[in-house]
Write a protein that binds this ligand. Structure first.
Ligand code: ADP
Length: 189
């Protein structure tokens, strides 16, 4: 069963904060669960350079989207670290998948670039609602707390620079540790 982005409260609503319309906390949500269930315009895939599927969130997205996703990915000629490419979502509830490649290990500029490139591709394709997994924090080994600081800074800055382009950014948490880290860092924002 798919989950509508509108049913996920913004961080401001969750914290009971009055946040001005268009402010960062009014544009972002935390979702705990499987990103492949989200009915958003685009989900972001933490892919590798080949863009031919893999483990973790990449494997889950390919399984849920079906074989047509891999067929389209084969036409893309891979993706550089920090860049992003878009495909259709096929059997997913999401319309598009934006494939990005985060760094292996702690490289803040490349992680920042993966999020910013994904948002740039989203904007170019008229995406209004987008969900991100915690890119690079699984097999790629970026420490979760440090990654979260980079991510929130990068997304806040991008939304400020691109006022109104995106309606909602969902941070998708797949384990207790990331959920705690994002909740803490967003509450202090
Ligand atoms: P990377 O290679 O970029 O580290 P991984 O897929 O190994 O990518 O992990 C990235 C993050 O995605 C991790 O925090 C992991 O817990 C999370 N994750 C794994 N499966 C899913 C899923 N189905 N939905 C959302 N997040 C997921």
């Amino acid at each position: 069963m798919s989950i509508s982005v509108l049913s996920i409260p913004t961080v401001a609503a969750k914290l009971g904060r009055t946040a001005a319309a268009g402010s960062f906390l009014s544009l972002v949500s935390i979702f705990r669960g499987d990103i492949t269930r989200l009915s958003v315009d685009a989900i972001v895939n933490a892919a590798d350079n080949a863009l031919l599927g893999g483990g973790g969130v990449d494997g889950a997205i390919h399984r849920a989207a079906g074989p047509r996703l891999l067929a389209e990915c084969r036409t893309l000629n891979g993706c550089a670290t920090g860049a992003a490419k878009i495909t259709k979502g096929y059997d997913l509830p999401a319309t598009y998948v934006i494939h990005t490649v985060g760094p292996v290990g702690e490289h803040p500029e490349l992680l920042r670039s993966a999020y910013r490139s994904s948002l740039d591709v989203a904007k170019k394709n008229g995406v209004r609602t987008i969900a991100f997994p915690c890119i690079s924090t699984g097999v790629f080994g970026y420490p979760a707390e440090a990654a979260c600081r980079v991510v929130l800074g990068a997304v806040e800055e991008w939304l400020r620079e691109n006022g109104g382009a995106i309606e909602r950014v969902v941070f998708c948490m797949f384990n207790d540790q990331s959920e705690r880290i994002y909740s803490e860092q967003l509450a202090n924002f």
